[in-house]
Unconditional design. Structure first.
Length: 94
């Protein structure tokens, strides 16, 4: 494909770092994948974006349109993913 050797090495290294999801966590992952684009953000004066969190009304609409019912426990897992993702996206961890 014409990729530089360093990029090929990075891709191979990423491939070897796969991880598995426990079956009990798959409903949370499935839910996240449906609503992961529904972020509230704010533009900062320096041109960066601050990731606030999910827009819950939009997330709810997305879940309804996907025909997904989410348990309170699964929603708690999604919110944990949201907090972790916003921290990483804002450069606070990760």
């Amino acid at each position: 494909m014409g990729l530089p050797p360093s990029v090929v090495q990075q891709l191979n290294a990423a491939e070897s770092q796969r991880f598995e999801v426990w079956p009990a966590n798959m409903p949370i992952i499935d839910t996240w994948m449906v609503i992961a684009t529904q972020w509230r953000t704010e533009a900062l004066a320096d041109g960066r974006v601050h990731w606030l969190g999910l827009d819950y009304a939009s997330a709810r609409a997305g879940l309804e349109m996907a025909g997904m019912a989410v348990t309170p426990g699964d929603w708690a897992g999604v919110r944990l993913m949201e907090r972790t993702a916003s921290a990483a996206l804002n450069g606070l961890r990760g």
